[in-house]
Design a protein around this ligand. Structure first.
Ligand SMILES: NC(=O)C1=CN([C@@H]2O[C@H](COP(=O)(O)OP(=O)(O)OC[C@H]3O[C@@H](n4cnc5c(N)ncnc54)[C@H](O)[C@@H]3O)[C@@H](O)[C@H]2O)[C@@H](O)CC1
Length: 492
């Protein structure tokens, strides 16, 4: 199932629709109940200490407290005063069912947390507008101190203090072991240092009309079954000429391995015939790979153009200083093309076509956009969208997780990949990905589908290889798991 990623503004607009339909009370009830269920399932022992802020995030905590009470748990609630009508209503409901609500004071929090089995953070959700007001800073400091002392913390919607739409870490935010996020994912739960504050994230979609949420989604995160549906299917009559002919254009003195890895990735992602074109001597990492060494590109490219062109090209991996010139010419062929590494230059903006996939990492993205890497990593969704507008085709902004932006009617789409492994942070991984993407283009996928499927395939292969190699993972290990990763996606 595809999951939606919501901005605070998007969540607010769904909220407004729920309110005008008279459903907001039921939604808060469902949210609070889901939080109580998560507490029961993951933290079944000891008293539950719930902290409720003044907004609807606090309202969710009050609903959770009522359910936990009726389940027989010992419950302690510390709450800020609230003007929110539903939060006030749920405070009355909690009291009416025997729950006590005390003021949210640092001293009371310190006392109660000493014996708590779990602490529930319902202070701030998507309604938080930075910067944090000092009154809550002391409370959050005491909450984090309890966490450091070993009390597990469950945050509602997102850890308090995080800006839902930003991947930048604020000075102070709650450190959670688990986050129950509501209706849709939030960018802060997926990217950068804020994501590490959230612990294990569980999405509770809530029974809200899916179309309302989809209409507000900044981006989606496709499920594996949806990715599997994009993968090419062969007929029994398939042969090497119909399974995609891929050219890898890359490699230079000292960086020939990059082209070889891309070639290997393409073969392992199902390409029928893969030829590496280079000015350098490319090692035959896989004997099935064909290699053509050229004297110079000025002569080689027109010659190649005169013959049968391939179904897809991967270009730029270790290609060196001539990459932009080579890319300019290859792009005129109109063949589906993956542009990576040295070919990721702002000079190529306007030279691409709809069947191009551009694959920058954050540093390359910053260079393309004329900005800093920090700006790219602070908001990878916005950066991916801006790159797609600059370059056209599909863009894979690589990272953990990667973002795919593609064009099209209605403004195109943004998807966030799932999975992968930190062991994939090693040289050559991007080269393998370029080969995979070219193989999928060569097997007939369009740029957007190839990008989404290829990134997930790469991540899944990385997960498999990491099970054996951990942080010692190499790009070759990932390539070797590609066939099994493909099977895993299909076997769901
Ligand atoms: N449809 C939805 O969007 C749903 C939302 N729900 C909950 O509602 C939350 C959003 O509720 P709200 O919009 O009421 O907002 P929040 O409850 O997230 O935040 C508002 C509260 O935070 C305080 N606050 C804001 N900025 C602050 C700052 N800089 N320093 C200190 N305090 C600050 C405000 O004074 C107010 O008390 C979600 O995160 C989620 O937990 C759920 O009830 C389920 C349905």
């Amino acid at each position: 199932m595809s999951e939606s990623i919501l901005s605070p503004g998007g969540a607010r607009r769904v909220d407004a629709r729920l309110e005008s339909a008279g459903l907001l009370d039921l939604t808060m009830e469902e949210a609070g109940r889901a939080v109580a269920d998560a507490v029961q399932a993951s933290f079944p022992e000891g008293p539950v200490l719930l902290l409720a802020g003044g907004g609807a995030n606090g309202g969710d905590a009050l609903v959770a407290a009522r359910h936990l009470l009726t389940l027989g748990r010992t419950v302690r609630v510390l709450a800020q005063p609230s003007k929110h009508p539903l939060t006030r209503l749920n405070r009355r409901r909690l009291r009416a069912t025997g729950g006590e609500v005390q003021p949210l004071l640092v001293a009371a929090l310190r006392r109660a947390s000493a014996s708590a089995g779990v602490l529930v953070d319902g202070l701030l959700g998507t309604g938080f507008v930075p910067p944090l007001r000092p009154a809550l800073a002391g409370v959050m400091g005491a909450l984090n101190a309890a966490h450091d002392a070993g009390v597990p913390v469950l945050s509602i919607d997102l850890p308090s203090g995080l800006d839902a739409s930003s991947a930048a870490l604020p000075d102070l935010s709650v450190e959670a072991d688990m986050t129950v996020t509501l209706m849709g994912l939030k960018a802060a739960l997926l990217f950068g240092a804020p994501a590490t504050r959230a612990g294990r994230v569980t999405l509770v979609p809530l029974r809200v009309p899916p179309a309302w949420v989809r209409a507000e989604a900044l981006a989606t995160r496709p499920g594996d079954a949806e990715v599997a549906a994009l993968l090419p299917v062969r007929t029994t009559g398939a042969h090497k000429g119909t399974a995609g002919r891929v050219w890898v254009v890359g490699g230079h003195s000292g960086t020939v391995g990059a082209a070889a890895l891309a070639g290997q990735g393409a073969l392992r992602a199902g390409a029928g015939l893969v030829t590496v074109h280079s000015l350098a001597d490319v090692p035959l990492v896989t004997p099935e790979l064909m290699v053509r060494r050229h004297a110079d590109w000025a002569t080689a490219l027109p010659e190649l153009h005169k013959g049968a062109l391939p179904d897809a090209v991967a270009l730029g991996m270790g290609l060196g200083p001539e990459a932009v010139q080579v890319a300019r010419e290859v792009l005129t062929w109109g063949v589906p093309t993956v542009l990576d590494a040295d070919a990721l230059s702002p000079e190529l903006a306007g030279h691409g076509h709809p069947q191009c996939i551009w694959t920058p990492h954050p540093g390359e993205a910053a260079r393309l956009l004329g900005t800093g890497t920090a700006q790219v990593t602070r908001d990878p969704l916005a950066a991916a969208r801006a790159l797609q507008q600059l370059l056209g085709g599909a863009v894979v902004l690589k990272g953990g997780p990667s973002v795919v932006a593609s064009g099209g009617d209605g403004g195109g789409s943004l998807t966030v990949s799932r999975g992968g492994h930190p062991g994939m942070a090693s040289g050559g991984m991007g080269d393998t990905l370029s080969g995979i993407l070219a193989a999928l283009l060569g097997q007939g996928l369009d740029a957007a589908d190839a990008a989404v499927a290829g990134v997930r395939l790469h991540a899944r292969a990385g997960e498999r290889a990491a099970a054996t190699h951990g942080y010692g993972l190499t790009a070759t290990d990932v390539s070797e798991e590609l066939g099994a990763a493909w099977r895993n996606l299909l076997e769901l």
